[in-house]
Design a protein. Structure first.
Length: 403
Protein backbone atom coordinates (compact mmCIF):
# COMPACT_ATOMS: atom_id res chain seq x y z
CA UNK A 1 0.00 0.00 0.00
CA UNK A 2 2.94 2.38 0.53
CA UNK A 3 3.52 2.49 -3.22
CA UNK A 4 0.12 4.00 -3.91
CA UNK A 5 0.09 6.71 -6.57
CA UNK A 6 -1.22 10.12 -5.55
CA UNK A 7 -1.91 11.64 -8.96
CA UNK A 8 -5.69 11.76 -8.76
CA UNK A 9 -8.38 9.90 -10.45
CA UNK A 10 -6.85 8.36 -13.44
CA UNK A 11 -4.14 6.84 -11.30
CA UNK A 12 -6.23 5.22 -8.59
CA UNK A 13 -4.32 2.05 -7.82
CA UNK A 14 -5.87 -1.35 -8.43
CA UNK A 15 -5.06 -4.33 -6.21
CA UNK A 16 -6.27 -7.23 -8.33
CA UNK A 17 -9.51 -5.88 -9.81
CA UNK A 18 -10.43 -3.66 -6.87
CA UNK A 19 -9.62 0.03 -7.05
CA UNK A 20 -8.54 1.89 -3.95
CA UNK A 21 -10.93 4.65 -2.96
CA UNK A 22 -9.70 8.21 -3.55
CA UNK A 23 -8.58 10.19 -0.51
CA UNK A 24 -9.52 13.77 0.24
CA UNK A 25 -8.53 16.27 2.93
CA UNK A 26 -11.06 18.98 3.79
CA UNK A 27 -9.16 22.07 4.96
CA UNK A 28 -11.28 24.89 6.34
CA UNK A 29 -11.31 26.97 9.48
CA UNK A 30 -14.95 26.22 10.39
CA UNK A 31 -15.92 22.85 11.85
CA UNK A 32 -19.48 22.82 10.54
CA UNK A 33 -18.26 23.40 6.99
CA UNK A 34 -15.74 20.56 7.31
CA UNK A 35 -18.42 18.24 8.71
CA UNK A 36 -20.85 19.02 5.88
CA UNK A 37 -18.22 18.50 3.18
CA UNK A 38 -16.91 15.29 4.74
CA UNK A 39 -20.38 13.74 4.84
CA UNK A 40 -21.05 14.71 1.22
CA UNK A 41 -17.68 13.42 0.01
CA UNK A 42 -17.98 10.14 1.91
CA UNK A 43 -21.35 9.52 0.27
CA UNK A 44 -19.61 9.99 -3.09
CA UNK A 45 -17.05 7.33 -2.13
CA UNK A 46 -14.06 9.25 -0.74
CA UNK A 47 -11.93 8.32 2.25
CA UNK A 48 -11.77 11.58 4.20
CA UNK A 49 -9.66 13.47 6.70
CA UNK A 50 -9.70 17.10 7.83
CA UNK A 51 -7.70 19.97 9.22
CA UNK A 52 -8.74 23.38 10.52
CA UNK A 53 -5.39 25.16 10.55
CA UNK A 54 -2.15 25.10 8.61
CA UNK A 55 -0.32 23.75 11.67
CA UNK A 56 -2.37 20.53 11.41
CA UNK A 57 -1.75 20.01 7.71
CA UNK A 58 1.67 18.39 8.05
CA UNK A 59 0.37 15.64 10.33
CA UNK A 60 -2.54 14.99 7.97
CA UNK A 61 -0.24 14.64 4.96
CA UNK A 62 2.06 12.31 6.88
CA UNK A 63 -0.80 10.11 8.04
CA UNK A 64 -2.87 10.03 4.87
CA UNK A 65 -1.51 11.33 1.59
CA UNK A 66 -4.65 12.70 -0.14
CA UNK A 67 -5.37 12.76 -3.85
CA UNK A 68 -7.45 15.91 -3.39
CA UNK A 69 -7.52 18.83 -0.95
CA UNK A 70 -10.75 20.81 -0.68
CA UNK A 71 -9.61 24.23 0.48
CA UNK A 72 -12.23 26.55 1.99
CA UNK A 73 -12.02 30.31 2.28
CA UNK A 74 -14.06 30.72 5.47
CA UNK A 75 -10.94 31.84 7.37
CA UNK A 76 -9.95 34.27 4.59
CA UNK A 77 -7.51 34.34 1.70
CA UNK A 78 -4.39 34.59 3.87
CA UNK A 79 -5.16 31.34 5.69
CA UNK A 80 -5.87 29.60 2.37
CA UNK A 81 -2.62 30.90 0.93
CA UNK A 82 -0.69 29.53 3.91
CA UNK A 83 -2.32 26.13 3.35
CA UNK A 84 -1.29 26.24 -0.32
CA UNK A 85 2.32 27.12 0.56
CA UNK A 86 2.42 24.27 3.08
CA UNK A 87 1.22 21.83 0.43
CA UNK A 88 3.91 23.03 -1.99
CA UNK A 89 6.59 22.72 0.71
CA UNK A 90 5.68 19.04 1.10
CA UNK A 91 5.70 18.44 -2.67
CA UNK A 92 1.99 17.72 -2.78
CA UNK A 93 1.24 16.27 -6.22
CA UNK A 94 -2.53 15.89 -5.99
CA UNK A 95 -5.09 18.53 -6.86
CA UNK A 96 -6.74 21.35 -4.93
CA UNK A 97 -10.41 22.36 -5.12
CA UNK A 98 -11.02 25.91 -3.92
CA UNK A 99 -14.36 26.50 -2.18
CA UNK A 100 -15.82 29.97 -1.69
CA UNK A 101 -18.08 32.75 -3.00
CA UNK A 102 -17.51 33.50 -6.66
CA UNK A 103 -17.20 37.25 -5.99
CA UNK A 104 -14.38 36.77 -3.46
CA UNK A 105 -11.28 38.64 -4.76
CA UNK A 106 -9.03 36.09 -3.03
CA UNK A 107 -10.06 33.43 -5.55
CA UNK A 108 -7.92 34.84 -8.35
CA UNK A 109 -5.00 35.51 -6.01
CA UNK A 110 -5.03 31.91 -4.76
CA UNK A 111 -4.94 30.59 -8.33
CA UNK A 112 -2.00 32.85 -9.16
CA UNK A 113 -0.16 31.60 -6.10
CA UNK A 114 -0.92 27.98 -7.01
CA UNK A 115 0.59 28.50 -10.46
CA UNK A 116 3.70 30.03 -8.90
CA UNK A 117 4.28 27.15 -6.44
CA UNK A 118 3.30 24.37 -8.84
CA UNK A 119 -0.02 23.21 -7.34
CA UNK A 120 -2.64 21.95 -9.80
CA UNK A 121 -6.07 23.50 -9.22
CA UNK A 122 -9.52 22.27 -10.21
CA UNK A 123 -12.22 24.72 -11.34
CA UNK A 124 -13.58 26.56 -8.30
CA UNK A 125 -16.64 25.30 -6.44
CA UNK A 126 -18.72 28.42 -5.83
CA UNK A 127 -20.83 28.71 -2.68
CA UNK A 128 -23.63 28.01 -2.12
CA UNK A 129 -23.49 24.73 -4.02
CA UNK A 130 -25.62 21.62 -4.43
CA UNK A 131 -24.72 17.96 -4.37
CA UNK A 132 -24.59 17.93 -8.16
CA UNK A 133 -22.09 20.78 -8.24
CA UNK A 134 -19.73 19.01 -5.84
CA UNK A 135 -19.97 15.74 -7.74
CA UNK A 136 -19.25 17.47 -11.06
CA UNK A 137 -16.01 18.87 -9.62
CA UNK A 138 -14.70 15.58 -8.19
CA UNK A 139 -16.21 12.97 -10.51
CA UNK A 140 -12.90 12.20 -12.19
CA UNK A 141 -11.53 10.97 -8.86
CA UNK A 142 -14.19 8.28 -8.50
CA UNK A 143 -13.75 4.67 -9.70
CA UNK A 144 -15.21 4.15 -13.15
CA UNK A 145 -16.94 0.86 -12.33
CA UNK A 146 -18.32 -0.73 -9.16
CA UNK A 147 -15.59 -2.64 -7.34
CA UNK A 148 -15.75 -6.42 -7.00
CA UNK A 149 -16.01 -8.04 -3.59
CA UNK A 150 -13.04 -6.87 -1.49
CA UNK A 151 -11.15 -9.20 0.84
CA UNK A 152 -12.81 -7.81 3.97
CA UNK A 153 -13.24 -10.15 6.93
CA UNK A 154 -16.32 -9.36 9.01
CA UNK A 155 -14.50 -10.34 12.21
CA UNK A 156 -11.75 -7.86 11.38
CA UNK A 157 -14.33 -5.15 10.66
CA UNK A 158 -16.09 -5.78 13.98
CA UNK A 159 -12.86 -5.84 16.00
CA UNK A 160 -11.51 -2.73 14.28
CA UNK A 161 -14.74 -0.79 14.75
CA UNK A 162 -15.36 -0.30 11.03
CA UNK A 163 -19.04 -1.30 11.07
CA UNK A 164 -21.77 1.34 11.05
CA UNK A 165 -25.51 1.53 10.59
CA UNK A 166 -26.86 4.06 8.12
CA UNK A 167 -30.52 5.11 8.16
CA UNK A 168 -33.14 5.72 5.49
CA UNK A 169 -36.44 7.31 6.53
CA UNK A 170 -39.94 5.92 6.06
CA UNK A 171 -42.42 8.73 5.46
CA UNK A 172 -46.18 8.81 5.98
CA UNK A 173 -47.85 9.07 2.57
CA UNK A 174 -50.49 11.60 3.67
CA UNK A 175 -48.91 13.79 6.33
CA UNK A 176 -45.29 13.45 5.10
CA UNK A 177 -44.33 12.94 8.74
CA UNK A 178 -41.25 10.89 9.60
CA UNK A 179 -42.55 7.58 10.99
CA UNK A 180 -39.66 5.14 11.01
CA UNK A 181 -36.10 4.55 9.84
CA UNK A 182 -34.55 1.44 8.34
CA UNK A 183 -31.03 0.62 9.54
CA UNK A 184 -28.65 -0.48 6.76
CA UNK A 185 -25.21 -1.84 7.54
CA UNK A 186 -22.02 -0.37 6.08
CA UNK A 187 -18.27 -0.76 6.58
CA UNK A 188 -16.13 2.36 6.82
CA UNK A 189 -12.89 0.79 5.63
CA UNK A 190 -9.61 2.76 5.95
CA UNK A 191 -8.69 1.93 2.35
CA UNK A 192 -11.91 1.09 0.53
CA UNK A 193 -14.03 3.84 2.10
CA UNK A 194 -17.76 3.19 2.59
CA UNK A 195 -18.44 -0.42 1.60
CA UNK A 196 -22.08 -1.61 1.12
CA UNK A 197 -23.20 -5.02 2.40
CA UNK A 198 -23.16 -6.70 -1.03
CA UNK A 199 -19.37 -6.83 -0.73
CA UNK A 200 -18.99 -8.23 2.77
CA UNK A 201 -22.13 -9.89 4.18
CA UNK A 202 -21.35 -13.62 4.63
CA UNK A 203 -23.64 -16.54 3.89
CA UNK A 204 -26.58 -17.16 6.20
CA UNK A 205 -25.97 -19.43 9.14
CA UNK A 206 -22.22 -18.98 9.50
CA UNK A 207 -20.55 -17.77 12.70
CA UNK A 208 -19.68 -14.44 11.11
CA UNK A 209 -23.31 -13.86 10.21
CA UNK A 210 -24.25 -14.35 13.86
CA UNK A 211 -21.65 -11.80 14.95
CA UNK A 212 -22.89 -9.38 12.28
CA UNK A 213 -26.53 -9.81 13.33
CA UNK A 214 -25.68 -9.26 16.99
CA UNK A 215 -23.81 -6.08 16.03
CA UNK A 216 -26.86 -4.80 14.11
CA UNK A 217 -29.10 -5.33 17.13
CA UNK A 218 -26.81 -3.65 19.66
CA UNK A 219 -25.85 -0.72 17.43
CA UNK A 220 -29.47 -0.06 16.43
CA UNK A 221 -30.48 0.12 20.09
CA UNK A 222 -27.55 2.45 20.85
CA UNK A 223 -28.51 4.66 17.90
CA UNK A 224 -32.13 4.67 19.06
CA UNK A 225 -31.01 6.09 22.42
CA UNK A 226 -28.99 8.71 20.55
CA UNK A 227 -32.04 9.65 18.48
CA UNK A 228 -34.18 9.92 21.61
CA UNK A 229 -31.70 12.39 23.09
CA UNK A 230 -31.85 14.44 19.88
CA UNK A 231 -35.58 14.39 19.14
CA UNK A 232 -37.58 11.80 21.04
CA UNK A 233 -38.61 8.27 20.19
CA UNK A 234 -38.59 6.98 16.64
CA UNK A 235 -39.36 3.52 15.36
CA UNK A 236 -36.35 1.66 13.94
CA UNK A 237 -36.31 -1.29 11.56
CA UNK A 238 -33.42 -3.73 11.25
CA UNK A 239 -32.76 -6.55 8.80
CA UNK A 240 -32.12 -10.04 10.21
CA UNK A 241 -32.10 -13.46 8.50
CA UNK A 242 -34.29 -16.41 9.42
CA UNK A 243 -31.15 -18.48 9.99
CA UNK A 244 -30.25 -16.20 12.90
CA UNK A 245 -33.72 -15.77 14.38
CA UNK A 246 -34.73 -19.43 14.39
CA UNK A 247 -32.19 -20.01 17.16
CA UNK A 248 -34.12 -19.37 20.39
CA UNK A 249 -31.02 -17.77 21.92
CA UNK A 250 -31.10 -15.08 19.24
CA UNK A 251 -34.67 -14.02 20.00
CA UNK A 252 -33.77 -13.91 23.70
CA UNK A 253 -30.71 -11.75 23.00
CA UNK A 254 -32.83 -9.41 20.90
CA UNK A 255 -35.58 -9.05 23.50
CA UNK A 256 -33.15 -8.51 26.38
CA UNK A 257 -31.60 -5.49 24.63
CA UNK A 258 -34.84 -3.66 23.91
CA UNK A 259 -34.94 -0.33 25.78
CA UNK A 260 -36.97 -0.03 28.96
CA UNK A 261 -37.92 3.54 28.13
CA UNK A 262 -41.32 5.26 27.90
CA UNK A 263 -40.46 6.61 24.44
CA UNK A 264 -39.77 3.14 23.01
CA UNK A 265 -42.71 1.91 20.97
CA UNK A 266 -41.38 -1.08 19.07
CA UNK A 267 -38.57 -2.48 16.96
CA UNK A 268 -39.35 -3.74 13.47
CA UNK A 269 -37.43 -6.79 12.22
CA UNK A 270 -37.45 -7.00 8.43
CA UNK A 271 -37.21 -10.42 6.77
CA UNK A 272 -37.03 -10.87 3.01
CA UNK A 273 -40.33 -12.00 1.49
CA UNK A 274 -38.77 -15.01 -0.23
CA UNK A 275 -37.31 -16.16 3.11
CA UNK A 276 -40.69 -15.70 4.78
CA UNK A 277 -42.49 -17.83 2.20
CA UNK A 278 -39.85 -20.57 2.32
CA UNK A 279 -39.88 -20.69 6.13
CA UNK A 280 -43.45 -19.62 6.80
CA UNK A 281 -44.11 -21.77 9.86
CA UNK A 282 -40.81 -20.80 11.52
CA UNK A 283 -41.18 -17.08 10.78
CA UNK A 284 -44.80 -17.06 11.95
CA UNK A 285 -43.73 -18.56 15.27
CA UNK A 286 -40.96 -15.95 15.64
CA UNK A 287 -43.43 -13.16 14.87
CA UNK A 288 -45.76 -14.44 17.59
CA UNK A 289 -42.91 -14.39 20.12
CA UNK A 290 -41.81 -10.87 19.22
CA UNK A 291 -45.30 -9.44 19.64
CA UNK A 292 -44.94 -9.92 23.41
CA UNK A 293 -41.76 -7.80 23.45
CA UNK A 294 -42.71 -4.56 21.67
CA UNK A 295 -41.37 -5.88 18.39
CA UNK A 296 -42.82 -7.04 15.11
CA UNK A 297 -41.80 -8.62 11.83
CA UNK A 298 -42.12 -6.85 8.50
CA UNK A 299 -42.15 -8.81 5.25
CA UNK A 300 -39.53 -7.08 3.13
CA UNK A 301 -39.29 -6.91 -0.68
CA UNK A 302 -42.55 -8.76 -1.25
CA UNK A 303 -43.37 -9.26 -4.91
CA UNK A 304 -44.54 -12.07 -7.15
CA UNK A 305 -44.71 -14.57 -4.24
CA UNK A 306 -47.52 -12.64 -2.52
CA UNK A 307 -50.27 -15.22 -3.42
CA UNK A 308 -48.54 -17.76 -1.14
CA UNK A 309 -49.46 -15.55 1.83
CA UNK A 310 -53.14 -15.31 0.95
CA UNK A 311 -55.67 -17.29 2.97
CA UNK A 312 -53.55 -17.69 6.11
CA UNK A 313 -55.54 -18.10 9.32
CA UNK A 314 -52.76 -16.54 11.38
CA UNK A 315 -50.94 -13.49 10.04
CA UNK A 316 -48.81 -12.02 12.89
CA UNK A 317 -46.79 -9.69 10.62
CA UNK A 318 -47.10 -5.96 11.25
CA UNK A 319 -45.92 -4.61 7.90
CA UNK A 320 -45.56 -5.50 4.23
CA UNK A 321 -42.95 -3.70 2.12
CA UNK A 322 -43.55 -4.02 -1.62
CA UNK A 323 -40.44 -4.77 -3.69
CA UNK A 324 -39.06 -1.70 -5.46
CA UNK A 325 -39.21 -3.43 -8.85
CA UNK A 326 -43.03 -3.25 -8.62
CA UNK A 327 -43.05 0.34 -7.32
CA UNK A 328 -40.38 2.03 -9.44
CA UNK A 329 -42.05 3.12 -12.66
CA UNK A 330 -45.53 2.16 -11.46
CA UNK A 331 -46.95 5.51 -12.61
CA UNK A 332 -46.65 4.35 -16.22
CA UNK A 333 -47.04 0.59 -15.81
CA UNK A 334 -50.47 -0.93 -15.24
CA UNK A 335 -49.09 -4.40 -14.59
CA UNK A 336 -46.99 -3.06 -11.70
CA UNK A 337 -50.03 -1.22 -10.39
CA UNK A 338 -52.03 -4.46 -10.48
CA UNK A 339 -49.42 -6.32 -8.41
CA UNK A 340 -49.26 -3.43 -5.93
CA UNK A 341 -53.04 -3.34 -5.54
CA UNK A 342 -53.19 -7.10 -4.93
CA UNK A 343 -50.60 -6.82 -2.19
CA UNK A 344 -52.39 -3.82 -0.69
CA UNK A 345 -55.62 -5.82 -0.60
CA UNK A 346 -53.76 -8.66 1.13
CA UNK A 347 -52.31 -6.29 3.73
CA UNK A 348 -55.66 -4.57 4.34
CA UNK A 349 -57.30 -7.92 4.95
CA UNK A 350 -54.80 -8.71 7.69
CA UNK A 351 -54.51 -5.19 9.11
CA UNK A 352 -50.83 -4.83 8.20
CA UNK A 353 -49.11 -1.55 7.42
CA UNK A 354 -47.80 -1.09 3.86
CA UNK A 355 -44.63 0.51 2.51
CA UNK A 356 -43.84 1.47 -1.09
CA UNK A 357 -40.10 0.86 -1.53
CA UNK A 358 -37.82 2.47 -4.09
CA UNK A 359 -39.85 5.61 -4.84
CA UNK A 360 -37.61 7.92 -6.85
CA UNK A 361 -40.02 10.15 -8.79
CA UNK A 362 -42.90 12.41 -7.88
CA UNK A 363 -45.14 10.55 -10.36
CA UNK A 364 -44.50 7.20 -8.67
CA UNK A 365 -45.12 8.77 -5.26
CA UNK A 366 -48.49 10.20 -6.32
CA UNK A 367 -49.49 6.88 -7.90
CA UNK A 368 -48.47 4.90 -4.81
CA UNK A 369 -50.40 7.30 -2.59
CA UNK A 370 -53.48 7.04 -4.78
CA UNK A 371 -53.30 3.23 -4.63
CA UNK A 372 -53.38 3.38 -0.82
CA UNK A 373 -49.86 2.76 0.47
CA UNK A 374 -49.38 3.91 4.05
CA UNK A 375 -45.65 4.71 4.01
CA UNK A 376 -43.05 5.53 1.39
CA UNK A 377 -39.31 4.90 1.30
CA UNK A 378 -36.92 5.92 -1.44
CA UNK A 379 -34.41 8.31 -2.92
CA UNK A 380 -37.14 10.85 -3.71
CA UNK A 381 -36.98 11.81 -0.03
CA UNK A 382 -33.55 10.67 1.16
CA UNK A 383 -30.69 8.29 0.53
CA UNK A 384 -29.30 6.25 3.46
CA UNK A 385 -27.19 8.41 5.76
CA UNK A 386 -25.08 8.14 8.89
CA UNK A 387 -26.81 8.19 12.26
CA UNK A 388 -25.37 11.63 12.96
CA UNK A 389 -26.59 13.09 9.67
CA UNK A 390 -29.99 11.44 10.14
CA UNK A 391 -30.32 13.10 13.56
CA UNK A 392 -29.22 16.48 12.17
CA UNK A 393 -31.54 16.46 9.16
CA UNK A 394 -34.46 14.02 9.20
CA UNK A 395 -35.11 14.22 12.93
CA UNK A 396 -35.08 18.02 13.07
CA UNK A 397 -36.56 19.22 9.80
CA UNK A 398 -40.04 18.76 8.43
CA UNK A 399 -40.18 16.57 5.35
CA UNK A 400 -41.60 18.09 2.17
CA UNK A 401 -42.50 16.55 -1.17
CA UNK A 402 -39.74 17.28 -3.71
CA UNK A 403 -40.89 18.98 -6.91
Amino acid sequence: MNNQSHQGVANTVAFGRRKVRPRVCVADGKQHIRTFLIEALEELGFVTCECGHVTELGMVLDAQRPDLVVLGLSAGGIAAAEMLKALAARAFDGKVLLLGPSACPAMAAIHELAEMVGIEMLPNLDTPFGEGGLRDRVVTFLPIEPPPAPPICVDEAINAGWLELWYQPLIDMRSLALISAEALIRIRHPTWGIVPPAFFVPDDGGPRFRALSEFVISRAIDDWRYFVAERGGIEIAINLPVAFLQDSRSVKILCQQLPDHPAFERLIVEINGTEVVRNLEVVTDIARQLRFHNSGIAIDDLGAEWPLLAGLHDFPFVEIKVDRKFVSGCADDRLKQTVCRRILDLADGYGARTVAEGVETRADFLTAREMGFGLVQGFLFATPMTAKKFAQTMLRWRVSLPQ
